[in-house]
Design a protein around this ligand. Structure first.
Ligand SMILES: [Zn+2]
Length: 206
């Protein structure tokens, strides 16, 4: 590493700070950049330097955007009868990349985690409740809230909290939770009892 020229070394050291990147890979990536056309590197550099200032949260769903509304909220081909509630933008991306859902989202940017002093007011829960209330008042097409927080303790607590809050508002809405179960191609013999229990509980008509 010390034999690299300063600029290249700084770039390699930066890559090394990224998750999942070790020293060798960092060096390889820095070398790769060196071989790229100057014009592409310029555009990349500009994108990096304006990343923070240009990226904001969508006013409606709190997904990332450079405008007032994100590309999903702006897309009138999306099914606005459904809002899927996710913990992070990466979770939203999992649905999007998989191309398995055409509704809208609400990103909480976290989950309720009392052990780490994260309460409902620290994530975007109230914004969701307000959004739903407004939509119901406006007689919108909203029919269903899909709670897609993670199936861990905090994710469950967050889903439960939102479900109770929504129910207390007496809204004419279907509230659903992602099904638990076995991964595709799984073998029952190797499934843990928790997953197997949830899978038989959440069985569907065949
Ligand atoms: Zn949005």
């Amino acid at each position: 590493m010390s034999t690299l020229p300063t600029n290249l070394k700084h770039i390699a050291l930066f890559f090394e700070r990224l998750p999942g990147i070790g020293e060798k890979t960092a060096n390889r990536l820095a070398m790769y950049l060196l071989r790229m056309p100057e014009s592409e590197l310029k555009i990349f550099g500009e994108n990096v330097s304006t990343l923070k200032s240009r990226t904001k949260l969508c006013k409606r769903c709190f997904n990332l955007t450079e405008k007032e509304l994100c590309s999903i909220c702006e897309d009138n081909r999306r099914d606005t009868s459904k809002i899927t509630v996710v913990e992070t933008v990466l979770d939203l991306l999992s649905f999007e990349v998989g191309n398995i859902y055409n509704g809208t989202y609400h990103v909480l940017h976290g989950k309720i985690d009392p052990l780490n002093s994260i309460g409902p007011e620290d994530i975007y829960v109230n914004q969701l409740l307000d959004r739903v209330k407004e939509l119901q008042k406006a007689d919108s097409t909203l029919e269903e809230i899909i709670l897609a927080t993670n199936p861990d303790m905090e994710g469950e607590a967050t889903a439960m909290y939102i479900m109770k809050k929504l129910k207390s508002q007496n809204l004419k809405l279907k509230i659903s939770r992602l099904a638990y179960g076995l991964p595709m191609g799984a073998n029952l013999e190797y499934a843990d009892y928790g997953t197997l229990g949830k899978a038989i509980e959440g069985r569907t008509k065949y």
